[in-house]
Design a protein around this ligand. Sequence first.
Ligand SMILES: Nc1nc2c(ncn2[C@@H]2O[C@H](COP(=O)(O)OP(=O)(O)OP(=O)(O)O)[C@@H](O)[C@H]2O)c(=O)[nH]1
Ligand SMILES: [K+]
Ligand SMILES: [Mg+2]
Length: 448
Amino acid sequence: MNGLEGSAPIGRSGDTIFAVASGAGRAAVAILRLTGPASGAIVKAVAGRLPPPRVATLATFRDPATGEAIDQGLVIFFQGPRSYTGEDSAEFHIHGGRAVVAGLIAAIGSFEGARAAEAGEFSRRALMNGKLDLGQIEGIGDLVAAETASQRRQALRQTAGMLGRRAGGWRAALIEASARIAADIDFSDEGDVAAAPALDIAPIIAPVLAELRGELHAARAGERIREGLTIVIAGPPNAGKSTLLNALARRDVAIVSKHAGTTRDVLEVELDLGGYAAVLIDTAGLRETTDPVEQIGVSRALERAQNADLVLWLSELGDFQAPDARLTDAELWQVATKADLAPSAQAEAALCISAASGLNLDVLLDRLAQFAAEAGGAGHDGVITRERHRKSIAEAESALARILSDSAPVEIVAEDLRAALFALERLVGRVDVEDILGDIFSRFCIGK
Ligand SMILES: Nc1nc2c(ncn2[C@@H]2O[C@H](COP(=O)(O)OP(=O)(O)OP(=O)(O)O)[C@@H](O)[C@H]2O)c(=O)[nH]1
Ligand SMILES: [K+]
Ligand SMILES: [Mg+2]
């Protein structure tokens, strides 16, 4: 062994954990992180000395058991609490070859109390040590997953702790309101009950309620940025739906043929529309059919279109058909296709395209990007980026709305205030945090 036995307490949270934080596979440089009480001892044993904190230092890394050199690289030691996790931590920047990485992992793994990290475990420690709040953790997960510029911006704002700060302000106001209500309850023993306790606290909770409503209003936009807009291509069979999907995706995703009823399944491709993420969905042509498989395709097409942010209703220019009446609720653009076949036909649609000649495909893409920017724009300074946030804020909103609309007795007002506070505590992870974390970290990478 390495002579460090017993230097670190054994046990899960006392463990020193390590992981390759850079991507898998061969690369010029790989970064191996470790965090936990034995970090300093491990750096000293592997790099020959413990460099001053936060100074990148060139060193030869050796297997302490054999003395064999593994690589030469940079090591940075972070002394807790000034580190990502709040504990003593370190980073080794090494050459990214598989054998180099494996050699250093084996050397570090041989230390007593050191073990490979689980997904999200570094961030979990940062949360437990108060370095990050739950909203920031979610932001970091989103930042690592961000595919488009708008997703990146939103995630970065979240990592700055916006959700926690706003929720903290709301909480403080509600706690003040609770204190006043508690005073009312005390006085009620003396027969001097406030006639309408809600009036007493209305000046405190009305502004909170207004802000919560503002957040809910912006929520759909925030979720759209994160999850991507859904755009469904619908229309009668053979309208050219799959051809358009392939043209916009710039690859052959869907089968195209002259046979009506070619597409049965729902096909999805991800698009970057001017920095906004979108999912473009091809569907089965809508028609009455006795074929049971095609019927399933048609009902799936309708379902996706009804839940879409936007439906592109495609129909041939020379034989234009009105949109299916079952799509009434969806935002819908009529697009006439195969314009190359009917050059003199009068357009009944807002836009005529030809996937064959490329006519107006750029115009369609521009309009889609504009739509995406408008749909995402309203969410630019909102804090809600996921369903979980929206649910908690909606719960708090309805509890506060009840207080202001009823002239309920003081006990009921106190109960509603408690419900609103509880919803906000869940929002920032003061309650039910293990359930929420399990869900978040299951999607995290190892090493984060
Ligand atoms: N000339 C011309 N033909 C097109 C154009 N777009 C599609 N087509 C042809 O129209 C036929 C039907 O195209 P698809 O893309 O399979 O149509 P669809 O709407 O997906 O059809 P279903 O999946 O069966 O509902 C194919 O033969 C395509 O090559 C176009 O812009 N111009
Ligand atoms: K077809
Ligand atoms: Mg098709």
